[in-house]
Every structure is written in C-alpha cells, then in structure tokens.
Design a protein around this ligand. Sequence first.
Ligand code: NAP
Length: 331
Amino acid sequence: MTRTLTAVRQVRRPSGPPVADDFAFQVKPLPSPADGEALVENLYLSVDPYMRELMDWGGWELGAGLEGRSLGRVVASREPSLPDGAIVFHRHGWATHSLVTAAQSRVIQPANGVPLSAYLGVLGGTGLTAYVGLVRIARLQSGEDVFVSAAAGAVGTAVGQIARLLGAGRIVGSAGSATKVAYLTDKLGFDAAFDYRTGNLVESLAKVAPAGIDVYFDNVGGEHLTAAIESLRDFGRVAWCGAVGQYNNLADPPAAPYNLFDVVGKSLRIEGFLVREHLDAREEFEEFLVPHIQSRRVRVEETVYDGFESIVEAFRGMLRGENLGKTLVKL
Ligand code: NAP
C-alpha cells in the first residue's frame, strides 16, 4: 500500500469560472485510524455544480479539506462496523484517502448487475434529486408533459429517464450542444430537445412543446425559467432544483422573469427543494430504480475522468458542459 495521501485544497476564491490555480495538490503521510475511525482508499469521487457555490461562499475554507461525495474501500479500521474491505460512501472527497467514522459514512452493498459508480450518480444523490423533484415536488401525474433543463447532465438524464418510468407524457429537454440534443432524442428517449445556446429560448421551447408543459424541472434558472413560465399550462408546477447558469457569477444574478405574475394568472406552483431534506425517500427510490438499472431500461450515464490528478479538470469541464451524465473521477 502507498505510504502517502494526496489531497486538493482550494487556495483562492475565483472570479468567474474556476481555474487550475485556484487549487493546489498536497502530498502528506498516510494517517492511521484512531479508535472509531477507518482509513478509506477512495475509488470514485464526485464533482458537482454546488461546489462552485462553496468556492465563493466559504462552504469550502481556503487551505482546508474539501467536502465532496465519494466511494471508497476500507483499508485499515479501528471501527467494527467499517471492516477492512467494506465499500463505503462518505463526503470527505477531493483526496486519494479519507479518515471516516461510522456516523460519517454508509456501507454500500451494490445490487447485482449495478455498477458501483451508479451509487454516486443515477442511484445516488443525483438520481434521488430527480426522483424527489418529480414525485414529491412536482407531483408528476401519468400523462403529464415534462421539460427539464441541463437535460444531458447528471440530474437531467435521471429526470428524463425517471419521468418516463413514472408515465410522463411528452418529455423535452434543453442542452448546450447539437451533440447533446441528438443524444437526448436518439439514446435517452426524450421526445424532443433543443440547444439553448442557439435561438430564442421562449421560441425554442414552444417549438418542441407546442401544446405546452405541465412540469418544469429547473436545473438552470434565469431565462430558462422565463421560457418555462411561458409554456406552462394552468396548474403547472416548477420543481426548482438548481441554477447552474449563475453559479460562476453569483454576485450578479439574472433579472427575475418578466412573466412572473403568470404564476398567479395560471395558478402555477414554483417550489425549490434540497435533496438532503428528503433522504428518507432513499430506500423507496432504490427499490423503484434498481430493477430498471438491472434490466438496462435505465442507462447509467457517466463521464469518467481517469486518475486523481484529473479532478480539477473534471470539475472545470463539468461546469463548461463537457459531460454527458454524471461526472466522476476514477482513482
Ligand atoms: P450536470 O448537469 O451534470 O453538469 C452541469 C451542466 O450544467 C453542464 O453539463 C452544462 O451542460 C450545464 N451548464 C453549465 N453552464 C450553464 C449555463 N450557463 N446555462 C445552462 N446550462 C449550463 O450537473 P448536475 O449535478 O446534474 O446538477 C444539475 C443542477 O442540479 C445544478 O443546478 C445543481 O446545482 C442542481 N442540483 C440540485 C440538488 C438539490 O438538492 N436541489 C442536488 C443535485 C444537483 P450544457 O452543455 O447543457 O450547458
């Protein structure tokens, strides 16, 4: 076993998109677990849009260890519930190894036919976000039409696939390139999609959903929300999940939608949510989704970067939209 641990620290608060020099790699001697701790060799690390917010808001302290969802294998343990060889989920990411306690980790026993990495993506917090947004927040009914933004990303690909399983009617999405648009309709079962970088958003959405939508799953905010309000039918719902369109520029958010008062005129409901408030849905969600992954009806969509040294580039690439599905780093 290696005698050292490599970790990434944030060393500067960015202005606009993060750059490599906002981070530094540190090599340290491998720690030994104390009583009640286990040393985990990380196998997969997740990079996520919310981390860009943490970079500004101090959720990540400069020079300190970085929070991040991870899967790893216990390689030394002084905690009986985390034996050697156990596969665990934890949030001490951005490092090759992590010390965790039982309270800070969860043992994962991957279901047959389900890749381990899915537990950081479509079967992890990402998929749970999609499920909770559709089931609990939008309260999607069979036959209802759904629009999702950032549709080719981690949450977006889960939303499209889960909405189909839940019996949605027409499913449409927006994404940032023609390649992603083709992928959504040709490979992922979307009825239609459009490239939000070309043309007018209100017109593009009206074109792919000429009869309107019932549910908007918002990953982007800004003009996407404006366009969705235009297209929503009476009693439509917005499950507001994120606003990745503004994370690189939080100090200067886009103007509020000009048509916000249509929320009254059409009896719409806009509801924000955080998946961490809905962790009680995890068991129900896994029971629902695992058979569909096993039967390959649901695709495990991932963009996997190889090697810990690629983690900063993986994060930056995801924010630039270079990913399809969940962005992961494989160690
Ligand atoms: P992701 O979609 O896999 O990756 C981010 C994507 O955002 C990129 O692939 C890019 O795709 C798109 N993007 C970047 N800049 C954009 C811009 N200016 N306008 C429109 N799209 C842009 O990431 P994810 O993990 O699935 O997260 C998606 C959203 O869900 C984020 O807003 C995130 O904060 C939110 N989220 C919320 C919760 C919660 O509990 N509420 C939990 C998880 C995630 P394009 O090529 O299409 O631009």
